[in-house]
Write a protein that binds this ligand. Structure first.
Ligand code: MN
Length: 284
């Protein structure tokens, strides 16, 4: 099932080139009062809500996908966890780029570990990528993003995929330079999730997905998740040794080779097998 949020927090199921509005199902979420739990309420409830979503689809109003505004399919993630260089070919290109190479930052993922991106940087596929610091080089990074479905602590790689609610295309937009990753990758709109969440039952092997990113129809990144140094399960094992992962937490799995600069006026198109395609404008 392809779950979307659109037009100001409406809940949708994507069917071909349409989205069915199943927002009534949101009324079934438990009522909360302050303080709210620190996880995404919809993602946490998704297994229980799924039969109701399926019932609702049959008589739901439908809209053309081209005419709705797609938001991040996870509205309130508590954490955006991200893997640094996690493809060998991207590690090689990062070391070779003398303009931006930083010995402190470019190491094997097993040594570097993971980092967090600010949740305030998160947008959906209908947003623009807004270049925040125009005098700095800003690069595109396409990544498979795994969305955690239930609380995970000290989970083994072998069982980790049982904790995944679904997958999205992730963009980890990045200013190059010497500062901490969490700073350079956390400007508003520099984390993109979309175009929707594909539930994990539709992706039997997340380590066999083609990724492609073009800028202005020029091919930039072409890869397959089979070349991840640490795969989705291993990343969740690693992350859950440090963090308690909660429903709605996002794991950006790292970008392959072919990263390059973007600037206002560009159009970025990103696709991942079995998920979909997003097209975004880059603006000032
Ligand atoms: Mn990245």
């Amino acid at each position: 099932m392809k779950i979307s949020l659109f037009n100001g927090g409406r809940l949708g199921v994507v069917l071909g080139d349409e989205v069915a509005d199943v927002s009534h199902v949101l009324d079934r979420l438990p009522g909360y009062r302050y303080p709210l739990p620190r996880y995404d309420l919809l993602i946490a409830a998704l297994p229980a809500l799924r039969p109701h979503i399926e019932n609702e689809v049959a008589h739901a109003a439908r809209y053309a996908l081209a005419e709705v505004a797609l938001e991040s399919p996870v509205a309130n993630p508590a954490k955006l966890v991200a893997a640094p260089v996690n493809y060998q070919a991207h590690l090689d290109e990062a070391i070779a780029d003398e303009a931006t190479f930083s010995r402190a930052h470019v190491r094997r993922i097993q040594e570097t570990g993971l980092f967090l991106k600010a949740t305030s940087s998160l947008v959906g596929a209908s947003a623009n990528i807004v270049i925040g610091l125009p005098d700095r080089r800003t690069d595109h990074e396409i990544e498979l993003a795994a969305i955690i479905g239930k609380s995970a602590k000290n989970v083994s790689a072998a069982e980790a995929l049982d904790y995944v609610a679904g997958y999205c295309i992730g963009l980890d937009i990045t200013i190059r330079g010497p500062e901490e990753r969490s700073l350079r990758k956390s400007l508003d709109s520099y984390s993109v999730l979309g175009p929707w969440l594909v539930t994990a039952d539709e992706i039997d092997d997340p380590a066999r997905l083609d990724l492609a990113l073009d800028v202005n129809d020029e091919p930039r990144q072409r890869a397959n998740t089979r070349d991840l140094i640490m795969n989705v399960g291993e990343l969740i094992e690693f992350a859950s040794k440090f963090y308690t992962l909660e429903p709605g937490d996002v794991v950006f799995t790292g970008t392959p080779e072919g990263v390059g600069p973007i600037q206002p006026g560009d159009t970025v198109r990103a696709s991942i097998d079995k998920i979909g395609t997003i097209r975004m404008a880059v603006t000032e």
